[in-house]
Write a protein that binds this ligand. Structure first.
Ligand code: VG1
Ligand code: CO
Length: 552
């Protein structure tokens, strides 16, 4: 055992380290400022102190600056007295796998390095967040404490030591700390195998007439998807495309939606379309699923998984309840009502599901932003959702489009779309929301007269707030909701994950129970709401944009 001395380094506090929807996300160049990463890490350690004798999980999505950051954090964790650090080989751990490892090895938590779906590279984004012992993102109370620490920090602890070899499995002792380089995939893959009917899924591929493609988008899920889909389930080699994690995600945007996963989208369209396609994001927690010439909206996906949970071994005994983030469509609410289980509506971000999952109040949960998950970990889980769908297809022996259409036939269809206006001027975006909030009391009863929206009336409107049913903590100002008399709803909120200006998100959804109207184009089905949204908030006027940058 080497003798080492802990160094206390003087540092200057930064005033911009407040974690957003999912951790602290900034440009790499900001993280490269002297002391920037160190301050945040020390703030985390101060918040969870004492660290002596505790274990910590460490890994990230492999983006640019991942390896450098891991070395800095290892040295600081040693200096702060941790007794054990579990690091994913190569510095890699997908977000759901990190959650799985924290839970399985009962550590006090973990640090996950990721900016998720944001691009990577020297001029792109980096991020860091702390997850607690339940494997889930730190709740607001903790992130607030971490932020307070960053404002007053004067010193951080580290040691002088060489970089640790990250690419070799094994253990290394430095001072009181054992550093273990672990296989990032195995614990997670074993968990998946214990939850789903792998034999039924294997038979899909054995027959040879089921074609699947998984687009890992050169992000973290490549090795996970190869191990599970190709090795354990026997899907043919090449099923996983863009499977090698790259520090810049191959120059792409690792966001699994119809715009950014166009390579996959093309494979699922046309006469020779594959049967099933899926993609995940930078850190592996999001999923997009596609059938042959068929797109599954994430809100519908959550509703359908809930309605069919009894087909899956892990949920065959039933589910206790469900939750969705507020902007997510109400499709899952209808299923919960029919199943006679509770349905919770939470603010945006996975951290709000943690208490409900820990308390056993819910089993499944999800968000419109391509996030679905369950109580098996405390993060959303991209590959889990794909396996859930595969298991469903194997059991039902039906194409994806039939499963979805049967669902609509039973419950009706909730049309949903999200319009994003990216990198708009922060001041203008905030002013738009401010004016909208001011108008809330006068909105109910307002009747619209536009060409498409004549007669549409506002029934109610509010600024969403949430009281956690487990610890009674209150979260306010989570988005403006406007309900209309045609069953429609419009939600306005500003993103908490962007790194440039502000991103305005406008969420539109409307219920339809006339089967003759189930095959409409989504934008068409929602066109009157889209017009109302602009009339209400002055989107074009405030953003200076004629149309959204991204439509999902
Ligand atoms: C977005 C999504 C939100 C998701 C969050 C983190 O947040 O809307 O639903 O939980 O990203 O996802 P925002 O504040 O930008 O709307 V991930 O995959 O970045 O960890
Ligand atoms: Co993500």
């Amino acid at each position: 055992m080497k003798n080492i001395t802990t160094k206390e380094v003087t540092t200057q506090a930064f005033d911009d380290q407040k974690p957003g929807t999912s951790g602290l996300r900034k440009k790499v160049t900001q993280f490269q400022q002297v002391g920037y990463l160190e301050n945040f890490v020390q703030a985390v350690f101060n918040t969870i102190a004492p660290c002596a004798g505790k274990s910590l999980v460490l890994g990230g999505d492999g983006r640019f600056y991942n390896r450098e950051a891991i070395q800095v954090i290892i040295r600081m964790a040693i200096a702060n007295g941790f007794s054990h650090i579990l690091v994913g080989k190569g510095g890699i751990l997908s977000t759901p796998a990190a959650s799985c490892v924290i839970r399985k090895h009962q550590t006090c938590g973990g640090i996950i390095l990721s900016a998720s779906h944001n691009p990577g590279g020297p001029d792109e984004d980096f991020g860091i967040k702390f997850n607690g012992e339940n494997g889930g993102p730190a709740p607001e109370k903790l992130t607030d404490e971490i932020f307070q620490q960053t404002l007053s920090i004067t010193h951080y602890q580290t040691i002088d030591a060489e970089d640790v070899e990250l690419d070799q499995l094994g253990t290394l002792q430095i001072a009181q700390t054992q550093i273990e380089i672990i296989d990032p995939v195995i614990d997670y893959a074993d968990l998946m195998e214990s939850m789903f009917d792998f034999d039924a899924m294997k038979s899909l591929f054995k027959q040879g007439d089921f074609q699947l493609c998984f687009d890992a988008m050169h992000a973290v899920n490549g090795p996970y998807a190869k191990e599970i889909l190709e090795r354990r389930l026997g899907a043919p080699a090449g099923t996983v495309i863009n499977g090698v994690p790259l520090t810049d995600f191959g120059g792409g945007h690792p966001d699994p939606n119809l715009v950014h996963a166009h390579e996959l989208v093309n494979l699922l369209h046309g006469e020779d379309a594959l049967d099933f396609g899926a993609a995940s994001d930078g850190d592996g927690d999001r999923n997009m699923v596609l059938g042959k010439n068929f797109y599954i909206n994430p809100c519908d996906s959550l509703a359908i998984l809930t309605a069919n949970a009894d087909c899956i071994p892990a949920y065959s005994k039933g589910i206790s309840g469900v939750a969705r983030s507020m902007p997510t469509s109400r499709a899952v609410d209808r299923v919960a009502t029919a199943m006679n289980i509770p349905c919770y509506e939470t603010p945006t971000g996975w951290k709000f599901f943690g208490n409900l999952l820990d308390a056993g109040k819910i089993t499944l949960c999800g968000e419109e932003s391509f996030g679905t998950g369950s109580d098996h970990v405390r993060e959303k889980d991209g590959l889990w959702a794909v396996l859930f769908w595969l298991n469903l297809i194997a059991v039902k022996k039906q194409p994806v489009s039939n499963i979805v259409r049967n669902h609509w036939a039973k419950y009706g269809r909730d049309y949903f779309t999200r319009h994003d206006y990216e990198a708009v001027d922060s001041g203008d975006a905030q002013e738009m929301i401010r004016q909208l909030k001011e108008k809330i009391p006068s909105l109910p009863g307002q009747i619209f007269s536009g060409s498409q929206s004549a007669g549409l009336t506002i029934e109610s409107a509010d600024d969403f707030q949430y009281i956690d049913p487990v610890d009674n903590s209150k979260t306010t100002e989570q988005g403006v909701r406007v309900y209309l008399n045609n069953g429609g709803r419009i939600v306005f909120r500003l993103s908490g994950t962007g790194t440039q200006g502000a991103t305005l998100r406008v969420y539109l959804d409307c219920y339809q129970n006339n089967p003759d109207l189930f095959e409409q184009d989504t934008q068409e089905a929602l066109s009157e709401l889209i017009q109302v949204a602009d009339t209400l908030a002055g989107i074009k006027r405030f953003t200076g944009r004629e149309k959204p940058d991204v439509i999902t």
